[in-house]
Design a binder for this molecule. Structure first.
Ligand SMILES: [Zn+2]
Length: 309
């Protein structure tokens, strides 16, 4: 058998296709790069396959999707790309890259964009997943994770739920009943997506809960937001019959306190604790200085006694 030391670009490319079928991506990538160096270009199918291999174990990398999108945009000679036994539609893969990049950008923009704005952008993105991918499975997940359960439609439900949860977080301080409404909508999308809506419904209950503050008597809406259940001894004889509007306690070991009273009390107690801490630190340092002085005096007495021997 003739042994050929140098293979040409086409042969290298053919070998790489076999390696991809066998799932030997690292090796296949080497062959593809060599074949591109020999006679391919950055605008061919081999470049797309390299980008796909790079994406295979980095599905959470925006850069990997961006690189794949770039090679797909340069590809003018084909409308499909073979990857192992799968045939990938270039236009569909491009759409998936674009939408995934938008999703990753939006989900990582938490600190820079306001919650309401981000919510609206997520809703627009969700609708794009629905209209542009629909019931098709996402290609990257089917290809590299053998997971066909994620489709444009499941992404739609997922992102809609997320959008309303983010908007709920953004409004809850100002308007807990509006936030409860958003959580209710998010719960609906979670359920349609076959997910648990328990957390959303728990928040709906909390955000809609109303109390009369035990201390100032104001009415506050939104448990954990505008009022808290504070541990206290609240015997039955102290039943507050005047505040019929809303409950003022949770059992006999918790009273409801509005945020204003709660923060005023905890801030003041922090200040007091801090004063005690500073005072005891000062006393400890003074004591240490006294002890050090005594030790030094003893040491010099010992030294003096030794000299006299
Ligand atoms: Zn209060």
């Amino acid at each position: 058998m003739a042994f050929k030391l140098f293979k040409n670009g086409d042969e290298l490319y053919d070998d790489s296709q076999e390696l991809i079928k066998r799932g030997e991506f690292d090796k296949a990538r080497d062959y593809l790069i060599k074949s591109i160096d020999k006679e391919g270009g950055t605008d061919d199918v081999a470049a797309v396959q390299v980008a796909l291999i790079d994406l295979s174990d980095r599905l959470s990398s925006m850069q990997a999707y961006q690189n794949l999108l770039t090679t797909l945009e340069r590809l003018t000679s084909a409308t499909t790309v073979q990857f192992g036994l799968e045939t990938i539609d270039v236009a569909e893969m491009k759409t998936e890259c674009e939408l995934t990049i938008r999703k990753m950008t939006l989900l990582s923009s938490g600190d820079r964009t306001s919650g309401m704005e981000r919510g609206q952008q997520l809703i627009a993105l969700a609708q794009d997943f629905q209209s542009r991918i629909g019931d098709r499975s996402l290609i990257a997940l089917s290809l590299f994770r053998k997971d066909t359960s994620v489709t444009g439609t499941t992404e739609f439900y997922n992102l809609m739920a997320l959008a309303y949860e983010i908007m709920a977080d953004a409004t809850v301080g100002e308007n807990p009943s509006q936030a409860a409404e958003y959580q209710q909508i998010a719960a609906g999308y979670r359920q349609q997506n076959g997910q648990s809506a328990e957390e959303n419904l728990r928040r709906v209950r909390e955000y809609s809960a109303t109390c009369t503050c035990w201390i100032c008597g104001r009415i506050a809406t939104g448990e954990g937001i505008n009022f808290y259940a504070a541990p206290a001894e609240a015997p039955k004889s102290l039943e507050d019959k005047a505040s019929a509007a809303a409950a003022s306690r949770e059992g006999y070991d918790h009273i409801y306190v509005c945020k204003a009273c709660y923060t005023a009390i905890s801030n003041r107690s922090d200040e007091i604790a801090n004063e005690y801490y500073q005072q005891s630190m000062r006393e400890m340092m003074a004591m240490e200085a006294r002890l050090q002085a005594e030790i030094a005096a003893l040491q010099s007495q010992i030294a003096f006694a030794r000299m006299g021997r």
